[in-house]
Design a binder for this molecule. Structure first.
Ligand SMILES: *Cc1c(COP(=O)(O)O)cnc(C)c1O
Length: 403
């Protein structure tokens, strides 16, 4: 393929040995004839050629260069280069959304008759995609408890081609041991893909722990301000080339505008993740001391059953905290309804703190018994902590907790 899959260094030859902080603001910059300082936004669907011979060379992959923005676009290329650098991967392909990225990965690495082993704490649409849509193409999925290594091993079959996990899981923040599951996957001759949405490369770099590919919903922390949808796949060229081949023909290409927003979002990613993780840790500690709270799930707390593993794999605990309150749904809804600052929404990954009651929203379609078995109780609330002052968040939650 041509220019779309580009080495980390990019045209300005930024060495990938630089610190992630430098790469976050410098990687992927390719200046136009105007020598602009900030990254340019190329809002164009197609590109013109100097002459017929060049058009033929570009179409025939004999010459590098852009042809059409479903295939490649300089703003999208800049995002891909920067995100690959931050994840420590060889290549990155951006997609229209997180689900477009996961779909593209599935079509790139699977065929009819193949099998997926997936952790059971996955994003709802990923579960639907694997269990229902891919099933139509004779691809089966076995879901296993996220933290149960023996279950991953037992689920592997001769036709297993892909292991797919999310860590920390949503909403219970269970930790998947990436290195251990990678070893199981490789023993089975399969790839391990990690959805790194909750941590982002600022806190966790799955490829360094043995994962083969990272997928992202860039809609969440990479943008970080709730503005646009986007997704990405990062990994070795053998995988990303197949992803690109699917994506350029199937069509879920990212808009250059969205790519530009996310590219600029990456520049403040570590600052935001550090500050939001610090806020989340403070809020989690405060929640542990509330009489109405029976349990707090947060990987950054020593009380988390997998705290040590989390701290080996992640730099910080992340921004998602969930907790259980006495009194089930009634108390949980009272807390949600008493908030005046925190936003009541299923989304996460924003500078604005959000609160969700999983049992009646994101996990509402799961049968009550299955939901309870998965630990999603009626008294469980999930908070994705933003950048507000923690005292203001505490006061906002205290109103419902103390009522
Ligand atoms: C939101 C989300 C997705 C899907 O991303 P979209 O950009 O909404 O398509 C996938 N995985 C996780 C963990 C998510 O939170």
């Amino acid at each position: 393929m041509s220019n779309d899959i580009r080495e980390i260094s990019g045209a300005l030859a930024i060495p990938s040995a630089l610190s992630p902080d430098t790469l976050a603001v410098r990687a992927g910059i390719e200046r136009s004839q105007f020598n602009e300082h900030t990254e340019a936004l190329y809002l164009t669907s197609s590109f013109v050629f100097d002459n017929a011979a060049q058009a033929a060379a570009r179409f025939g992959d004999k010459e590098e260069g852009n042809v059409y923005s479903r295939f490649s676009n300089p703003t999208v290329t800049a995002l891909q280069t920067r995100l690959a650098a931050l994840e420590g991967g060889a290549h990155c392909i951006a997609a229209a959304s997180g689900m477009a990225a996961i779909l593209s990965l599935a079509f790139a690495v699977l065929k009819a008759g193949d099998h997926i082993v997936a952790s059971n704490g996955l994003f709802g649409s990923t579960v639907q995609l694997f269990a229902n849509q891919l099933g139509k193409f004779a691809v089966d999925t076995t879901f296993v408890p996220a933290a149960d290594l023996a279950a991953y091993r037992a689920a592997a079959r001769p036709n297993t081609k892909l292991f797919f996990v999310e860590t920390p899981s949503n909403p219970l923040t269970e930790i998947v041991d990436i290195a251990a599951v990678a070893a199981v996957a490789h023993e089975a001759g399969a790839l391990l893909a990690v959805d790194n949405c909750f941590c982002s490369p600022a806190l966790q770099r799955p490829l360094e722990h043995g994962a083969d590919v990272v997928v992202h919903s860039a809609t969440k922390y990479l943008d970080g301000q709730g503005r646009v949808l986007g997704g990405a796949i990062v990994g070795a060229k053998a995988i990303t080339e197949e992803v690109f081949r699917f994506l350029r023909n199937a069509g879920p290409a990212i808009s250059p505008f969205n790519a530009w927003i996310i590219l600029k979002g990456l520049e403040t990613l570590r600052l935001r993740m550090d500050a939001q993780s610090a806020n989340a840790l403070r809020l989690a500690r405060w929640l542990e001391n509330q009489p109405a709270v029976s349990r707090v799930h947060y990987p950054g707390l020593p009380s988390h059953p997998q705290h040590d593993l989390a701290m080996r794999q992640q730099r910080l605990g992340g921004a998602v905290v969930s907790f259980e309150v006495e009194g089930g749904r009634e108390t949980a809804w009272r807390i949600v309804d008493a908030t005046r600052i925190v936003s009541i929404t299923g989304n996460l990954g924003d500078t604005k703190t959000t609160i969700t009651h999983p049992a009646s929203t994101t996990h509402g379609r799961i049968a009550p018994e299955a939901r309870a078995a998965a630990g999603i109780t009626e008294g469980l609330l999930r908070i994705a902590v933003g950048l507000e002052a923690v005292e203001d968040l505490e006061a906002d939650l205290a109103r419902g907790l103390e009522a």
